[in-house]
Design a protein around this ligand. Structure first.
Ligand code: ISE
Length: 342
């Protein structure tokens, strides 16, 4: 694809039309300026056909056809996590910018292979879908930290609660699919790599599926000496809730609750919690996709989390899984950071 600035709409190919793939396709078709959905695919052909008809895109038989389609200038990968690394590699081989939903890869080795391929191409084409970097609350926390308003960060308290997990959700997916957001947010907020992980497991919730270790308490140690604590609870029932407070040597800074109304009734006053991540992070996804499309249109490098960020997050998440299984503190095995990533 030419790196010259474009004048027409960016043709986006969407791989995977499940929950988040459909969510992205609809946004790209209706709410992102300068973009259109050129092609979609899914292993469930009927699901792909329905989304394609809705957004006016071509249906392709498989991901490779989407990536090769001449009308596709850039690709969004929203298929299951284990397929991500191979599909990103295919986009790199085609020289097409790609926004890959987290995780970049489910093993550090696969993530490192993506780094090597992108570095060999000499230019950044990969962005990983860590949308919290675009959330107004997280950006306010980062602005305060970058301005040194709380002094040296010491402890980060995080809460990440889903209402209910699907029946196929496994204990390992809590770190690999959910805590991975806190892993990236901590690296981004603190500007420090995570070097070790420990996972404590209370008694499982009686509302969790049999055998599911839920909740989990994850403790991350940063190279700079800070400690990040994450309560991960995917069957919390109370609502979709994400909290983050950074405690520094001179003060603390925390996420503001999602901007919802205060409700007073029956001698109770409170705020309704969102039901899921779509409601809580709609603005963040909007800002993330608009910034990504704008960069593609301008022939500029992707503005969000890089493949290095994706690789580091996968390395930490897999250390969390090892720590969950062993009950022991587990050091993070980070690969060499290619020069392409600064
Ligand atoms: C899901 O895959 C997401 O990415 C959501 O943002 C997160 O809150 C949820 O726990 C994950 O399962």
């Amino acid at each position: 694809m030419s790196t010259a600035a474009r004048t027409d709409a960016v043709g986006v190919g969407v791989i995977g039309t499940g929950d988040i793939g459909t969510y992205h396709a609809r946004r790209l078709a209706r709410r992102i300026a300068g973009a259109r959905v050129a092609a979609v695919c899914d292993v469930a052909a009927d699901r792909a056909a329905a989304v394609a008809a809705e957004v006016g895109a071509r249906v392709c038989p498989d991901a490779e056809t989407v990536i090769a389609d001449a009308a596709v200038d850039a690709v969004v990968i929203a298929s299951p996590g284990p397929t991500h690394a191979g599909l990103v590699q295919a986009c790199l081989a085609a020289g097409k910018p790609v926004l890959c939903e987290k995780p970049l890869a489910t093993t550090t080795a696969d993530a490192a292979a993506v780094l090597a391929a992108e570095a060999a191409g000499g230019r950044r084409l990969v962005q990983v879908g860590f949308m919290r970097r675009y959330d107004r609350g997280y950006r306010a926390v980062k602005a305060a930290l970058d301005a040194g308003e709380v002094g040296a960060p010491l402890v980060v308290h995080c809460v990440h609660r889903n209402v209910a997990a699907p029946p196929w959700f496994t204990s390992e997916m809590l770190p690999l699919d959910s805590v991975i957001h806190e892993i990236d947010a901590a690296r981004w907020l603190l500007g420090s790599e995570i070097v070790a992980a420990t996972v404590h497991t209370p008694r499982p919730s009686p509302l969790a599926a049999p055998g599911l270790q839920d909740p989990q308490l994850v403790t991350l140690e940063t190279a700079a000496g800070a400690i990040v604590q994450v309560e991960m609870f995917v069957n919390a029932r109370s609502g979709y809730e994400v909290r983050c407070e950074v405690v520094g040597s001179e003060g603390s800074v925390a996420l503001e609750h999602a901007a919802d109304a205060w409700l007073s009734r029956d001698r109770t006053r409170g705020r309704r919690l969102p039901g899921d991540w779509k409601a809580r992070f709609d603005d963040a996804f909007q800002a993330e996709l608009q910034a990504w499309v704008d960069a593609v249109a301008a022939g500029a490098p992707p503005p969000g989390a890089s493949a290095w960020d994706g690789c580091a997050a996968t390395a930490v998440a897999t250390a969390c899984v090892e720590a969950l299984r062993s009950g022991q503190r587990t050091e993070v095995a980070l690969p060499e950071r290619p020069a392409l990533y600064g």
